[in-house]
Ligand binder design. Structure first.
Ligand code: GTP
Ligand code: MG
Length: 205
């Protein structure tokens, strides 16, 4: 017979990095361009099917605004999983993410599975639709974006919005023992993967 487990998961990260948008994409496969800031926290559930079992995520989507920081322990206490989100176009949001990881590693369940997600990757990944708004050669753009994500743009290309090189964030995640993803709540890239990879790490029983 099929096993089903409930998994309490919390999202943490600086305001406006896209926590609620990631949850909306995962739960409803939707995106809102002008999503309002979360007040306190929001609660949503979503099933996640693996080959051998089904998990039911109980998701606490916390508010990133600083005035809500003191509420966070209520939501990460007893959580089996956490998704710490930053915005790839905002370097300071990775620093904030690191402070959340430290707080979780000190205060949360010692077995908590933590994923780091660099969101808004659509703003730094050239696509057919975004290149139509520029005069740059899209072929060169695409090559550079995949081959040298950490380098600054060379002459003739639009300046990249990326402030956090993938390599740098991924190296930090590995060192800190975190799963790592780059995501776009807008396009859906990488979003389901966060939840399925976490699910695989949740022990059965
Ligand atoms: P708080 O609730 O205040 O902590 O913010 P949040 O982290 O929940 O951010 P939210 O999901 O509300 O998104 C903030 C803004 O960024 C909204 O206008 C979203 O539409 C936008 N946004 C979220 N994710 C993405 C993304 O992947 N790409 C782009 N381009 N915009 C995004
Ligand atoms: Mg929110």
């Amino acid at each position: 017979t099929e096993r089903s487990v409930q998994v309490k998961l919390v999202l943490l990260g600086e305001a406006a990095v896209g926590k609620s948008s990631i949850v909306l994409r995962f739960v409803s496969n939707e995106f809102q361009a002008n999503k309002e800031p979360t007040i306190g926290a929001a609660f949503l559930t979503q099933k996640c099917r693996l080959e051998d079992r089904v998990l039911r995520y109980e998701i606490w989507d916390t508010a990133g605004q600083e005035r809500f920081h003191s509420l966070a322990p209520m939501y990460y206490r007893n959580a089996q999983a956490a998704v710490v989100v930053y915005d790839v176009t905002k370097a300071s949001s990775l620093e904030k993410a690191k402070t959340w990881v430290k707080e979780l590693q000190r205060q949360a369940n010692p077995n908590i599975v933590i994923a780091l997600a660099g969101n808004k990757i659509d703003l730094v990944t050239p696509s057919a639709s975004s290149s139509s708004s520029t005069t740059a050669e899209s072929e060169d753009e695409a090559d550079d974006a995949t081959a040298t994500p950490g380098e600054t743009a060379t002459s003739g290309e639009p300046e990249s919005l990326r402030q956090v090189p993938r390599d740098e964030a991924e190296a930090y995640a590995q060192e800190a023992g975190l799963l790592f993803f780059e995501t776009s709540a807008k396009t859906g890239d990488g979003v389901v993967e966060i939840f399925t990879e976490i699910a695989k790490k949740i022990p059965i029983d």
